[in-house]
Every structure is written in C-alpha cells, then in structure tokens.
Write a protein that binds this ligand. Structure first.
Ligand code: NAD
Ligand code: TYD
Length: 351
C-alpha cells in the first residue's frame, strides 16, 4: 500500500536506522526524512540509501512552525514517526532551554501541523512519538518501569521528553489525534555520536585517553541494540494500538563499571593489546548532578501483544558495535572534528 511517512531526526543515531529499515523494507512508501542537521545529525549515516527512489531529505527545524505546516501541505503525510530531539543528558544540564525549544515546542509544532493537515480525515493517520524510559525517573535496587509507572523525571532532558509525551497524549484526548508512544531504554550500536557512554569510551580507548566514569560507576542502565529498536518501531507503527504506550527494553541490565570492563576486554582483543591495558584508562570523575541510579524496563507488553523481543545478545551487539567503530575511522574523524574538541574540554576538564 502506498503511504507517505515523515520521519523526523532521521539523520541522527536511531533515526538513521529507522529510515534505512523503512526505505528498504517498504518500496511502495515514500519516506521523508526531516532533520535540522544539528551537531548530532549526519547525512553520512544514510549514504547507502540516499539515492533510493522512495527517499526524500528535507533540511528543516521543527522549531519553525510555518515550515512544518508547509511540509505537511506539500507531502500530505499519512503518518509521522517523531525522533528529532536534543538527546544528551549532560548537554541538558548545561543548556536546558535548547531542550525546551526542540523537545517541547518543536513537538507541539509538529502536533499542530498534523492536527491541521488531518482535520476531518484522522482515519488511518498516526502520530508516533518516540520517547525514553528516563521519563519515569529512577529505580531503587529492585522493580521495573511499566507503562503505568508514574512520570517522575529528574534531568532537564527527561523533563522535556516527559512534557512532550504529555502534549502528545493531550492532543489525542483533546483533538482526537491518533497517536502512539514508545518509551525505550538506552540504545547502543553503529552511528551513535561519541558523547554517549559506549561510543565515547570506544573512541577514548582507541586514542589511549582516560575513561571518565561518573561517581562510583554503579549506575545501572538497560541496553538495547539500535537495530532491535528500529524493528520494534516498525512493529509499533504498523501494529500498535492508538492511544497506547509501549515500553521497549533489552532485558539487559548492566552496572556502568561492569559494562565498561566488558568493553575494555573486547577492545584489547580487537586492538591486539595486552589484556588489562584498556582497564588501566578507567578514571573515576565527579558525578553527573541528578544522576538517575537505575533504569530497567518491563517490556512484557510489547512482547506479549506484538511478539517483539531483542534479537541479539549484548555481547554480540557490543562486539558488532566495536567492529563498526574500528572499521569506520572516517566517520569518527568527521564527527569528532570541528566543535567536538571544545565540547569535550568544556564537559570533562572540570570533572
Ligand atoms: P540523536 O541526538 O543522535 O539524533 C537527534 C536527531 O534530531 C539529529 O539528527 C538532529 O540533527 C535532529 N534534530 C535535533 N534538533 C532538531 C530540530 N530542532 N529540528 C529538526 N531536527 C532536529 O538522538 P537519538 O539518540 O537518535 O535519539 C532519537 C530519539 O530517540 C530522541 O527523541 C530520543 O529522546 C529518543 N531515545 C533515545 C534513546 C537513546 O539511547 N539514544 C533511548 C530512548 C529514546
Ligand atoms: P549516557 O550514555 O549519557 O546515557 P543516559 O545518561 O541517557 O543513560 O550515559 C550512560 C551512563 O553512563 C550514565 O549512568 C552516565 C554514565 N556516563 C559516565 O560514567 N561517563 C561518561 O563520560 C558518560 C557520557 C556517561
């Protein structure tokens, strides 16, 4: 069936995997990738699909409401998969307003554009909002985030994502906009910008730079391979129920320090270094303010209702991720040139 789907943030980490999946799997769809190409957006992530006949790129900022309205009028989208966001917690601590603008106001601009374009013809339309498990706040030693867990965000990033989730729900309740939301755990894999834990540490190990472990290193995250997230997004877009939320997670909890040691072991092997070399780079640094202690997802709803589960183990995914970064030096050089050095100095010099 022919459809025109808007994917926002498609030049970013997760978005690029979603765009690739949709472009390749659905030749009858037209996939419009809308991205402002901030520091995190990189069209090189999509070089293998950029000439596909069912793919269109639009450089645009979701903060520009008039531009959003114009694009909805131009393409008559059947659906939206909204991933564009400011996504890094540490940056949200330095500059919360950037997160308010893109994550909250930008999302509301898209909701307004969809509401206006779909007025009177909501049937068959869908606004799919991609969110995070961080909206639920932090867990103690036990328990899991469920879809019914109350929102309790602790960082400016998670507060902005929580707010955008509320707006999406409110547009469903108030204006009848057909929506679905997923809240996913930490992703890892190829094409992730090296500000997040795993790619930053791979890059530092390669260059023999210190590995800055925040606090006591015993913070826990639930890790999911990005391609498994993209597969879940495809499933929810096509089979999920309107007005529902689905949690997506890897059934894969790791304390940071244990994950870092595993990564060091894989890197020593790949780089043919003496075992233990990379662990010697571990450096404990000042903690992140408001650092959530533990995230863990109960993904049984998407598993039972839609039959989704992760397809790769963490060891397989991490190994593939390390190989990708080692084989794609040009990609890494490109994203770490320019402002990256300044970012790194500002973020880590004072820790
Ligand atoms: P990312 O930072 O790698 O990519 C974000 C993309 O959005 C970039 O291409 C950027 O250019 C674009 N963008 C930013 N501001 C924009 C604007 N104003 N207008 C248009 N485009 C803009 O992020 P990611 O890690 O791929 O995350 C994608 C989505 O998934 C986000 O909504 C994030 O909250 C959510 N999420 C991420 C994770 C994770 O572990 N990375 C986990 C759960 C949910
Ligand atoms: P991150 O990748 O920033 O994701 P999030 O904060 O959204 O979970 O961080 C993952 C974990 O790693 C988190 O507990 C913070 C920690 N961390 C470090 O210890 N050092 C670092 O340099 C970074 C970037 C993160």
């Amino acid at each position: 069936m022919k459809k025109t789907i808007l994917i926002t943030g498609g030049a970013g980490f997760i978005g690029s995997h979603v765009v690739r999946l949709f472009v390749q799997k659905y030749p009858a769809y037209t996939i419009v990738n809308l991205d402002a190409l901030t520091y995190a957006g990189n069209l090189a992530n999509l070089s293998d699909v950029e000439t596909a006949s069912n793919y269109i790129f639009e450089k645009a900022d979701i903060n520009d409401a008039a531009h959003m309205d114009a694009l909805f009028a131009k393409y008559q989208f059947d659906g939206v998969i909204h991933l564009a966001a400011e996504s890094h917690v540490d940056r949200s601590i330095t500059d919360p307003l950037a997160f308010v603008r893109t994550n909250i106001i930008g999302t509301v601009n898209l909701l307004n554009a969809a509401k206006a374009a779909w007025k009177g013809t909501m049937e068959g339309k869908r606004f799919y909002h991609i969110s995070t498990d961080e909206v639920y706040g932090t867990l103690g030693d036990t328990g899991l985030f469920e879809e019914t867990t109350p929102y309790d965000p602790n960082s400016p990033y998670s507060a902005s994502k929580a707010s955008s989730d509320h707006f999406v729900r409110a547009y469903g309740e108030t204006y009848g906009l057909p929506y679905v939301i997923t809240n996913c755990s930490n992703n890892y894999g190829p094409n992730q910008f090296p500000e997040k834990l795993i790619p930053l540490f791979i890059n530092n190990i390669k260059s023999n730079k210190p590995l800055p472990v925040y606090g006591d290193g015993k913070y826990t995250r639930d890790w999911l391979y990005v391609i498994d997230h993209a597969i879940a997004i495809d499933l929810v877009y096509h089979k999920g129920k309107n007005e529902e939320t689905y949690n997506i997670g890897g059934f894969n909890e790791w304390q940071n320090i244990d994950l870092i040691k595993l990564l060091c072991t894989i890197m020593d092997k790949k780089l043919e270094r003496t075992p233990g070399t990379s662990e010697g780079l571990i450096t404990y640094v000042t903690d992140r303010p408001g650092h959530d202690r533990r995230y863990a997802i109960d993904a049984s709803k998407i598993n039972e209702e839609l039959g989704w589960k992760p397809s790769v183990t963490f060891e397989q995914g991490l190994e593939q991720t390390v190989s990708w970064y080692l084989e794609n030096q040009a990609w890494l050089d490109n994203v770490t040139s320019g402002n990256y050095q300044d970012y790194y100095e500002n973020m880590y010099a004072s820790r």
